[in-house]
Design a protein around this ligand. Structure first.
Ligand code: EPZ
Length: 417
C-alpha cells in the first residue's frame, strides 16, 4: 500500500489537465455488452476501477485492452453471464453490467455489491425497474439471479433519482421491446454521456439530463466508437485546492457548465473564475470566506464534492453548515480533519464547521475515495507535514494526482508503506 507525504502551506501555480470522467467511463464500458463487435472508447482515465470493469468484461469472455487512455473491447465471443463476488466487492459499479447482460443474453448472475464506507448502497430501485420490464429476479446466497426472455418497455417511477439505477435501466430499455419511460431519473452529466454513447450505438433515447427519459427499444445496436467527457469531480477538486492554498491555477479540459452549483459556492467562498475556450482560470483568496452547502441530486451541489468543500471550510473565516442528504455516512473525513486541528461537530447529516486560521499536518488515514481527496486538500494548506495512508482509495478516482500536484509546485511525495 502507498502513502502520500505532503508538506503544506505552499502557493501553487500553473496548469492542470483534467482526465476523463470515471463515472461516465464505467457505465459506457458496461454498455459495450449490448452489441457484438469491436468497441473503442477514448479519454478513459487510467484508474483501478476502469481496469476492474475490464476484468469483469473479460470474465464474461469479452476481449479487453487498455492503452494510453483508450479502451478496446471485443464482445463477439461472450459466453459467461456471472459477475463474481471477488470482483464486484472491489467495485460497486459492477452492478452496471446487470441491465446490459439481461438485455443482450436474457440472463445474469451478479453478486450483490454490498455496502461501502459511505452507506448501505441498496440496489432495490434497479431491481424493481427491471422486474417491471419483465425480469424474473431471485436473490440467492448474495447473488442477483435474473432471467428475462425479452425485456419489455415499461413506465418506471424512481423513488430516488439514482444515478446507476437510471443508467442500468436506460441500457436495459435500449434493447427492450417497446417504449420505456424513466420518471424522476438522475440528471447527472455522466447519465447524459451514457445516453449519448448509447445513441451513437443506434439507441433511441430522448430527454437524458431531464427528469423524464424516454427510450424506444430497438432490435440491435452497433459497437461503440466514443470519447468520454472530462471528470467534473476531479476539476472541482482542483478548484477547491486553488481556493484553500490561495493559488491561481488554470484548469484545462473541464466543462464549468457541469459544475454550476459548486462554482456558485466556491465564488461565495471567495474563489474568482475566468473562462477560456479550453478551460478556466481560478484564483483563491489568502483566506476563504464561509459558505453553507447542502448536497442534492444534480443539478444541486454534488455529494462527491462535499468532503473536499468541508476541508476548505475548516480554514474559512467563520462558521459554515454542511448538510449531506444523499448518503447516510459520508462524514468519515471529519475525524481525520479534526486530527489536523479542525473544529467540526456532527449531528446526524449536518456538520457545523468553525473555521480556524491554520490546520496542522498530521498522520491521517484515508477511508473512501472523496474523503481521501479532502485530506489531500487540507494537507496542502496545513502547516508542516501530513502523511495520508491507504491512498489506494484516492487512486480509484484520481489519475496520478501527486504528479499533477507536483507540476503545480506542491511538495508531495508518494512512498511505499
Ligand atoms: C453514483 O453512485 C456515483 N457512482 C457516486 O460516486 C455518487 O456519489 C452517487 O452516484 C451520487 O451522485 C457512480 O456513478 C459509479 P445513487 P450510485 O444510486 O449510483 C439510494 C464517487 O465518489 N439508493 O444515485 O450508487 C442510495 O442509498 C462515487 O465517484 C437506493 O435507496 O448512487 C443513496 O442514498 C461515490 N436504492 C441515493 O439513493 C437504489 O436502488 C443515491 O444513490 C439506489 C440508490
Amino acid at each position: 500500500m502507498d502513502k502520500l507525504i505532503i508538506r503544506g502551506g505552499k502557493r501553487l501555480k500553473g496548469e492542470v489537465y483534467i482526465g476523463g470522467a470515471k463515472n461516465a467511463a464505467l457505465p459506457i464500458m458496461a454498455a459495450s455488452i449490448l452489441a457484438s463487435g469491436l468497441h473503442s472508447i477514448s479519454k478513459v482515465p487510467d484508474l483501478k476501477d476502469v481496469l476492474t470493469m475490464g476484468q469483469l468484461l473479460a470474465n464474461f469472455g469479452a476481449g479487453f485492452h487498455y492503452e494510453d487512455r483508450n479502451v478496446f473491447i471485443s464482445t463477439e465471443r461472450m459466453s459467461k453471464i456471472e459477475a463474481p463476488y471477488e470482483l464486484v466487492r472491489t467495485m460497486r459499479a459492477s452492478i452496471l453490467v446487470l441491465g446490459p447482460l439481461l438485455a443482450r443474453f436474457g440472463r445474469a448472475k451478479v453478486s450483490l455489491p454490498g455496502g461501502c464506507a459511505i452507506g448501505a448502497r441498496p440496489i432495490n430501485l434497479h431491481l424493481t425497474g427491471l422486474t417491471k420490464m419483465g425480469t424474473d429476479i431471485k436473490l440467492d446466497s448474495g447473488y442477483v439471479i435474473a432471467k428475462a426472455k425479452r425485456l419489455k418497455g415499461a413506465s418506471i417511477y424512481l423513488d430516488i433519482p439514482t444515478v446507476t439505477g437510471t443508467e442500468n435501466l436506460m441500457m436495459a430499455a435500449s434493447l427492450a421491446k417497446g417504449r420505456t419511460l424513466l420518471e424522476n431519473a438522475a440528471r447527472e452529466p455522466e447519465v447524459v454521456d451514457l445516453a449519448n454513447a448509447l445513441i451513437s450505438m443506434g439507441a433511441k433515447i430522448k430527454g437524458a439530463g431531464e427528469s423524464l427519459i424516454e427510450i424506444e427499444g430497438v432490435d440491435d445496436l452497433k459497437p461503440l466508437e466514443y470519447s468520454i467527457i472530462p471528470d467534473r469531480i476531479e476539476a472541482g477538486t482542483f478548484m477547491t485546492i486553488a481556493a484553500i492554498t490561495g493559488s491561481e491555477i488554470i484548469i484545462k479540459d473541464c466543462r464549468p457548465e457541469n459544475l454550476e452549483a459548486l462554482i456558485l459556492k466556491l465564488k461565495e467562498a471567495g474563489l474568482s473564475f475566468e473562462s477560456f475556450s479550453d478551460g478556466i482560470c481560478v484564483a483563491g483568496l489568502s483566506r476563504p470566506r464561509v459558505a453553507d452547502i447542502k448536497t442534492m441530486p444534480y443539478p444541486g451541489f454534488p455529494t462527491d464534492m462535499q468532503a473536499q468543500f468541508m476541508a476548505l471550510m475548516c480554514v474559512a473565516d467563520g462558521t459554515s453548515i454542511i448538510r449531506e442528504t444523499i448518503f447516510e455516512n459520508r462524514f468519515m473525513h471529519v475525524a481525520e480533519l479534526k486530527r489536523m486541528g479542525a473544529d467540526i461537530s456532527v449531528d446526524g447529516g449536518i456538520a457545523t464547521v468553525k473555521g480556524v486560521s491554520k490546520l496542522k499536518g498530521a498522520p491521517l488515514m484515508a477511508t473512501d475515495l472523496r474523503a481521501s481527496a479532502s485530506l489531500v486538500v487540507a494537507a496542502l494548506a496545513a502547516k508542516g507535514e501530513t502523511t495520508v495512508h491507504r491512498i489506494y482509495h484516492l487512486d480509484r478516482g484520481y489519475e496520478k494526482m501527486e504528479e499533477k500536484l507536483v507540476k503545480l509546485g506542491a511538495d508531495v511525495r508518494r512512498v511505499k508503506e
